[in-house]
Design a protein around this ligand. Structure first.
Ligand SMILES: Nc1ncnc2c1ncn2[C@@H]1O[C@H](COP(=O)(O)OP(=O)(O)OP(=O)(O)O)[C@@H](O)[C@H]1O
Ligand SMILES: [Mg+2]
Length: 223
């Protein structure tokens, strides 16, 4: 599902070069649940952004869901992104739209038929336990509920790969646990998941293969 070979990423900030990733190589099979761990600034978000072509690497090869990401034509980027759901630490919901509309929006952009839309949106809201909150605005939701809505939005296009960047970062422990349980459930239904976190305890708790980044280098890769 994911294959990185010799991937490096340098950012230029004025005259200064920042190495965010240095010679990273690894593979993730379809159906795996993998944790991407490492302290703040180690390159986790950068790595995820490379996977959905939000950034280009300075060097190296990247394959995701059958796409040669670095050689992908601009016109094909939407196809790549259709295969990838992304959730961030802050839910990034559209504030003026209801939960329902936030999720439906994705299908509208993808050109899904109107008839199917309501059923698919309600189905995914049910899966994340938000059926009763479909007509609420994001500001009327708890942080945990906002994160569930963000998950629903990522999942409604049925992506083969789900990238989660600190999805429990703003949540207290009990609610974070609920989100993790939800991720495991999504995974058990066949979605490949890559979860980035700087919290080592969370990585341990999940008992999944863990890729550890340190200053942009892949330190260890353990099951
Ligand atoms: N757009 C950017 N421009 C310049 N430097 C950047 C940019 N994005 C990230 N960096 C730098 O790259 C390095 C890796 O950052 P990144 O955000 O990938 O880390 P992270 O592991 O996600 O950290 P955190 O746990 O705090 O989210 C850091 O030194 C950061 O300052
Ligand atoms: Mg980050």
């Amino acid at each position: 599902m994911i294959q990185l070979s010799g991937v490096s990423k340098e950012y230029r900030v004025g005259p200064v070069k920042v190495t965010a990733l240095a010679d990273v190589s690894f593979g993730i099979e379809k159906g795996e649940f993998t944790v991407l761990a490492g302290p703040s600034g180690s390159g986790k978000t950068t790595l995820l952004r490379l996977l959905y072509r939000d950034e280009m690497p300075t060097e190296g090869e990247i394959r995701v869901a059958g796409y040669d990401v670095t050689r992908l034509r601009r016109s094909k980027i939407p196809q790549l992104r259709r295969a990838i759901g992304v959730v961030f630490q802050d839910a990034k919901l559209l504030p003026g739209r209801t939960v329902y509309e936030n999720v439906a929006f994705v299908l509208r952009v993808l050109g899904a038929p109107r008839r199917e839309m309501t059923a698919r949106v309600m189905q995914v809201l049910k899966a994340v336990g938000l059926s009763a909150r479909a007509q609420a605005l994001p500001a009327q939701l708890s942080l945990g509920e906002q994160q569930r809505a963000a998950l629903a939005r990522a999942l409604v296009k049925e992506p083969a790969l789900l990238l989660a960047d600190e999805p429990t970062g703003n949540l207290d422990e009990a609610i974070a646990e609920e989100i993790l349980d939800l991720l495991k459930e999504i995974w058990s239904r066949g979605t490949t998941i890559l979860l980035a976190t700087h919290r080592a305890t969370l990585a341990d708790q999940l008992k999944r293969r863990t890729l550890v980044l340190h200053r942009g280098r892949l330190l260890k890769d353990e099951d």
